[in-house]
Design a protein around this ligand. Structure first.
Ligand code: NAD
Length: 295
């Protein structure tokens, strides 16, 4: 099967690599020529635009930052939809607003092209291992056709509803992750200022009810002062903005998400937007003048 991959960043590169390793023929494109070269060296062919990639592919995957980039990569005159042939499928795996996913899905449907929104969770380590959690929206038949690709990139792939549902699910995921990291930051700052070793505290609680995938991934990063992304603060801010806009449209109050969003805005303003989102903890550290690290 010929697969197109558009958007070769922190996530797109390892996902594309795994598809190549699984034996798929890949044509790739990114606005950064260096990123294209890197994946061509791993066995892909270079595309000259998203449109070119789609014209050579039965399934075209996009993995770009946000809605405007998805619209550019799919709907522009040089976008994937212009190149997509009959029977082909466009799968957007970026995390974007469900409303934008529906807009792109509608434009695809008008041209007879199937569209699936299929954002992921798990971050770079799981993208590398091919163990992402994939949450999809679209029709069942199209989902079943791309399921073998999802099985290469992820360890779970669930169809959650029609187009847009994948991104609603992803927003739910991002709310839980952000608020969890903030709670972890408060807990570890308190323990550290009380004179405890935060690593000992982490090990003592991780097997109990407070244990979580978030805690296991992020507490060691904070304690070792490693904020290399991973998942950038900028991107999490984007996700919570999309969550709050969606909540506003649905008349849902999200008080804790709003608070987490304010923290993310403040971190961006203090030049921490390119750090991993585990650096949410540094906001609480600043207020307590206490750094979470081993004594
Ligand atoms: P990134 O910024 O590292 O990569 C995005 C890539 O898209 C870049 O290489 C950029 O040059 C390219 N791009 C931008 N506009 C383009 C266009 N119009 N055409 C072609 N290429 C274009 O971002 P990332 O961390 O790989 O994240 C990608 C998406 O996955 C985001 O929506 C993010 O929220 C989501 N996500 C990221 C993580 C993570 O841990 N990094 C985890 C889950 C989901």
């Amino acid at each position: 099967m010929n697969i197109g991959f558009i958007g070769l960043g922190i996530m797109g590169k390892p996902m594309a690599r795994n598809l190549i390793k699984a034996g798929y023929r890949l044509t790739v494109y990114d606005i950064s020529p260096e990123s294209i070269e890197e994946i061509v060296a791993a066995g892909a062919e270079a595309g000259t635009s998203a449109r070119d990639v789609a014209s050579r592919s039965e399934v075209s995957i996009t993995m770009v930052p946000d809605g405007p980039e998805v619209e550019a990569a799919v709907l522009d005159s040089e976008g994937a939809l212009e190149g997509a042939g009959p029977g082909s499928i466009i799968v957007d795996m970026s995390s974007i607003s469900p409303l934008v996913a529906q807009k792109v899905g509608k434009a695809c449907a008008e041209k007879g092209i199937e569209f699936i929104d299929a954002p992921v969770s798990g971050g770079e380590p799981k993208a590398v291992d091919g163990t992402l959690a994939i949450m999809a929206g679209g029709n069942r038949e199209a989902f079943d056709r791309v399921l073998p690709l999802f099985r290469v990139m992820g360890s779970s792939a669930i169809l959650t509803g029609p187009v847009g549902a994948g991104n609603v699910t992803k927003l739910a995921n991002q709310i839980m992750v952000a608020v969890n990291i903030a709670a972890m930051g408060e807990a570890l700052v308190l323990a550290t200022k009380a004179g405890l070793d935060p690593d000992v505290v982490y090990n003592a609680v991780k097997g109990g009810l407070a244990g979580s995938a978030v805690l296991d991934a992020k507490a060691p990063m904070v304690i070792s002062r490693n904020f290399k992304p991973g998942f950038r603060i900028h991107l999490h801010r984007k996700d919570l903005r999309n969550a709050l806009l969606t909540a506003e449209a649905l008349q849902v109050s999200l008080p804790f998400t709003s608070l987490a969003q304010q923290v993310l805005v403040s971190l961006v303003n203090s030049d921490r937007g390119d750090l991993d989102h585990s650096a949410i903890a540094t906001f609480i550290e600043d207020m307590a003048k206490t750094e979470v690290k081993k004594p």
